[in-house]
Design a protein around this ligand. Structure first.
Ligand code: UGA
Length: 435
């Protein structure tokens, strides 16, 4: 099996490193963030990701997974190097690629023999070419290397499962030698007959953006259909179920909600638009999806204000869930942010509970009150809003909830409660396209 270095220990790098070692490779996960590396060396995982701790411990114990703060040395020792550093949003919707280019330079400077350099981070189309240039410009010209675009399709919350049992693997390469090395890296998946698409670097780069933007469009579409349902009294769940039975549509990512968030869809949709603009082609559908998503987040605020007869000043509003989706502690672009921002600006008292992301949201809103249980967060509340679909909220004891709150008013922005149950317990409520 291969000797691999994964540069960057964010959720993509860490999950990929652990997954690649689980496939039998020897993997060094390297990062310049020494605090993170020290934590990992002590067996602690810096992010909340179900199953990650187990797979990391298993492979560390098996002597296949290592952590290092020495990026240069890790590069020297590896046959295959995965670039998995962050690409945050830069100016005008573009991606900030400074960390990527820094790694590319380090790879060039430490290239000591033939290696395959593989990018996992989401990078704009055409970045592969620039990475190749940077490596060449910083290395001794006689040393050969090949470049591969191998985008990730990991969902936060189910990233480990997505890595070990992917729907497909994309390998964008310019020669067979590099593809053969990747066959070794991903050998268990080849044996399992996981669909593996071998293509060019640019095509691989585009596949990632085209997939994320399509999913974002799908969500915005069903959210707008849900809004029509609101107006005509139709049930969006029956609409999406019936749509999804059509194999051409598929039922996945047709769940309406408060709008998509996270570190990927909001950033990647903007980056694809900016690429299309540079190329002079349009991307109106994706632009529409972004606009619809903003409207959806604002619509949730309006729904809550309607439930509160447009008066939240001095009122206690309890938010259940802060993360952008369940099974993660990530609050980036979470719809809860818009809600909290509006409520605090309008002098409401905002009490919140999230099983994993209280601390992360508190970093954004210092005057948010966070609690260790939903029961504590909802005490004496004038209104409760479910913002994230955590399982513990799905089974909410409505009788208990009613006893704890001041007024039985609830906004279910994730459609996880039953209308019948809410009605039988005497709640005033709203949801997304199901009334
Ligand atoms: C997304 C993609 O699903 C991954 O394939 C991709 O690898 C990843 O971005 C990335 O580029 O790194 P992620 O952002 O972790 O993964 O989470 P998703 O499960 O896709 O959810 C994104 C947002 O859409 C969340 O806010 C979620 O609540 C929302 N969503 C999702 C809906 O509102 N409805 C749905 O039916 C599905």
């Amino acid at each position: 099996m291969m000797k691999i270095a994964v540069i960057g220990t964010g959720y993509v790098g860490l999950v990929s490193g652990a997954g690649l070692s689980d496939f039998g490779n020897t993997v060094i996960c390297a990062d310049i963030d020494l605090d993170k590396i020290n934590l990992l060396k002590k067996g602690k995982i810096p992010i909340y990701e179900p199953g990650l701790n187990e797979i990391v411990q298993r492979n560390v114990k098996a002597g296949r997974l290592f952590f290092s703060g020495e990026v240069n040395k890790s590069i020297e020792e590896a046959d295959v190097i995965f670039i998995a550093v962050g690409t945050p949003e830069g100016d005008n919707g573009t991606s900030d690629l400074s960390a990527i280019y820094k790694v590319a330079r380090a790879i060039g400077e430490n290239l000591n023999g033939y290696k395959v350099i593989c990018t996992k981070s989401t990078v704009p189309i055409g970045t592969g070419k620039k990475i190749i240039e940077k490596i060449k410009n910083n290395s001794k010209s006689e040393i050969e290397f090949d470049y591969i675009s191998n985008p990730e399709f990991l969902r936060e919350g189910s990233a480990v499962k997505d890595f070990l049992w992917p729907d497909r693997v994309i390998i964008g390469a310019s020669n067979q030698k590099a593809i053969d090395m990747m066959k070794n890296v991903y050998r268990p998946l080849y044996i399992n007959e996981t669909p593996i698409i071998e293509t060019t670097i640019q095509t691989a780069e585009l596949i990632k953006y085209a997939s994320n933007a399509f999913l974002a469009v799908k969500i915005s579409y069903i959210n707008e259909i849900a809004n029509i349902c609101d107006e005509i009294g139709a049930d969006v769940h029956i609409v999406s179920k019936a749509m999804g039975i059509d194999g051409r549509i598929s039922p996945k990512f047709l769940h309406p909600g408060p709008g998509f968030g996270g570190s990927c869809f909001p950033k990647d949709t903007k980056a694809l638009i900016s690429t299309a603009e540079l190329l002079g082609t349009g991307l109106k559908v994706v632009r529409g999806a972004i606009e619809a998503n903003q409207n959806q987040k604002e619509r949730m605020v309006k729904k809550l204000m309607d439930l509160m007869n447009n008066d939240v000043s001095g009122k206690k509003i309890a938010l259940l869930g802060l993360a952008f989706k369940a099974q993660t502690d990530d609050v980036r672009e979470s719809p809860a942010i818009n809600m909290i921002d509006y409520l605090l600006k309008n002098n409401a008292i905002v009490n919140a509970y999230d099983p994993e992301s209280n601390a992360n949201m508190k970093k954004i809103f210092n005057n948010l009150n966070v609690f260790d249980s939903w029961e504590d967060a909802v005490k004496e509340a004038d209104c409760v809003a479910i913002m994230t679909e955590w399982n513990e909220f799905r089974g909410l004891d409505l009788a208990k909830l009613k006893d704890l709150v001041k007024s039985p008013v609830i906004l279910d922005s994730r459609n996880i409660l039953s209308n019948e149950d809410l009605e039988s317990h005497g709640f005033k409520y709203d949801n997304v396209g199901r009334k």
